[in-house]
Design a protein around this ligand. Structure first.
Ligand code: UD1
Ligand code: CA
Length: 459
């Protein structure tokens, strides 16, 4: 198959300045690794523009780790090995040596594994500009008032070239237009010029930036928002990048009608979905594949992991919700803990200091205070009093508790599982239920009160 774009992710560098054990492409970033971002955006770029694309990661430093991670998470990525990290041009040579298919792609797109804020939008803009101007190559640039560390863009009347910081003269160092490290080039052009690149520079490296030359048919695409191209070389930059990514995520949600009370202190992972009309308070932490419906309320300090909230659901202050489904109009918290496998039926209510685990609650169920409900099913409209406990564990195995609909379970009661309570039952407070109860029954199991007068001495 002849591909239109060969996309190369440069991920062979060591990333010494980052001071992490993990190789730089596997540095944590939000809920993902750095390398996930360019891969994901490249895939979107290819799909949205209906391009035939072939993705390759150039790996080198700790390459087994990087390759294993990518293979585990993505099906269709090729690899090129750069044995020694002799520079970005050398990395691209390794790419072209990895397969003849790379040379058959009409265009070659180069992106670094350490610029995770770049999105398919910039890739599409650049690709369109390259085609519209019929250029042989285009580099994304931006202006940086403190350009330290970046290659400087030296524009010519036709074409341009890039001078790396180390090799720049004092005058050139003052230039604030810098190279982002993102390029799209005609493959025939890059193959012709890559050959000629040498390492006669201060670093002794083969610079890919040397494919751009004055007088040739190459151009720059100057982007306004410099945050898009933030590179991760240090831990400080990693934090900056995460902040920029978070800001991007928040903006997207805000534009979709989500209201934030203090968005700077809200943490939302990249795959979280939130519906129109939902309000999010400070310190909310929404992670994984959490999906939140419309007009929901997420209060202060709520933690949601891989959970689903239908419309009008509420998670109140300082509640932790994991792998749980909260249905329309139901609410949990403040201070509730909903553990994996829990389902809250429509308009059900979970109050403070209630822990649920693998608990399926039907419509309108209330567990308002200080309870533990685990491995349990509770039928609709049942009301569970304060301090109720499903004793689900016998020291070896977990057992199931079933409570029917329209039941009233008095405060300070326990059910010793396995046990079933039918519909319309009433359990008197302070009861320990060990035997099944048929529909419409009443149970009480509590020591009788003895009142003895005149026994307690007066002090
Ligand atoms: C590079 C650019 C610079 C630009 C900056 C933007 C060059 C020579 N310079 O510098 O103009 O302003 O990015 O962030 O390209 N890599 C390899 N193999 C190597 C060396 C690097 O795969 O032998 C990979 C790294 O893993 C990284 C990327 O290439 O993902 C960029 O390398 P890095 O060392 O960070 O380049 P910069 O010094 O930042
Ligand atoms: Ca870099």
């Amino acid at each position: 198959m002849k591909f239109s774009i060969g996309a190369v992710i440069l991920a062979a560098g060591e990333g010494k300045r980052l001071k992490l054990d993990a190789p730089k492409p596997l540095a944590p970033c939000l809920d993902k690794k750095l390398v996930d971002f360019p891969i994901r955006e490249l895939k979107k770029f290819i799909n949205n523009n209906k391009i035939t694309g072939r993705l390759t990661a150039v790996v080198g430093h700790k390459r087994e780790l990087v390759q294993t991670y990518i293979e585990k998470n993505y099906a269709d990525i090729h690899f090129a090995v750069q044995e020694r990290q002799l520079g970005t041009a050398d990395a691209l040579r390794s790419y072209f040596n990895s397969s003849t298919e790379t040379k058959n792609c009409e265009f070659t797109l180069v992106i670094c594994a350490d610029t995770p804020v770049v999105s398919e939008i910039e890739l599409t803009d650049m690709f369109n500009e390259l085609k519209a101007k019929n250029l042989d190559g285009i580099a994304a640039t931006f202006t940086e008032e403190v350009p330290t560390g970046y290659g400087r863009i030296i524009r010519a009347s036709k074409g341009f070239h890039i001078v790396e910081e180390k090799d720049a003269s004092d005058e050139q160092r003052k230039i604030t237009e810098v190279n982002s490290g993102l390029y799209i080039l005609k493959t025939s052009y890059v193959l012709e010029h890559l050959e000629k690149i040498d390492s006669n520079n201060k670093s002794g490296e083969f610079y890919l930036t040397d494919v751009f030359k004055d007088g040739l048919n190459v151009g720059v695409s100057l982007f306004k928002n410099k945050k898009t191209f933030l590179g991760v070389n240090t831990l400080t930059q990693l934090e900056e990048v995460e902040m920029a990514l978070r800001e991007k995520i928040i903006t997207l949600h805000r534009n979709n009608g989500v209201r934030f009370i203090d968005s700077k202190n809200v943490y939302i992972d990249s795959e979280v979905e939130i519906g129109y009309g939902t309000t999010i308070y400070p310190q909310a932490y929404l992670t994984g594949k959490t999906v939140i419906g419309q007009n929901c309320l997420i209060e202060n300090g709520a933690i949601l992991k891989n959970s689903k909230l239908d419309d009008n659901a509420q998670v109140l202050a300082y509640s932790s919700v994991e792998e749980t489904h909260i249905k329309n109009g139901a609410s949990a918290g403040p201070y509730a803990r909903l553990r994996p496998g829990t389902v809250l039926g429509e308009k059900s209510k979970i109050g403070n200091f209630v822990e649920l685990k693998k608990a399926v609650l039907e419509k309108g169920v209330k567990v308002s205070h200080l309870s533990y409900v685990g491995d349990a099913f509770i039928g609709e409209e049942s009301n569970i009093g304060c301090g109720f406990i499903t004793c689900n564990y016998d020291g070896a195995n977990k057992h199931v508790t079933k409570i029917g609909k329209n039941c009233f379970i008095g405060s300070d009661s326990q059910t010793v599982a396995p046990v079933e309570i039918g519909d319309d039952c009433f359990v008197a407070s302070s009861s320990t239920i060990t035997k099944n109860m048929p529909n419409g029954s009443f149970a009480i199991s509590r020591g009788q009160q003895m009142t003895k007068e005149g026994i307690w001495p007066k002090f």
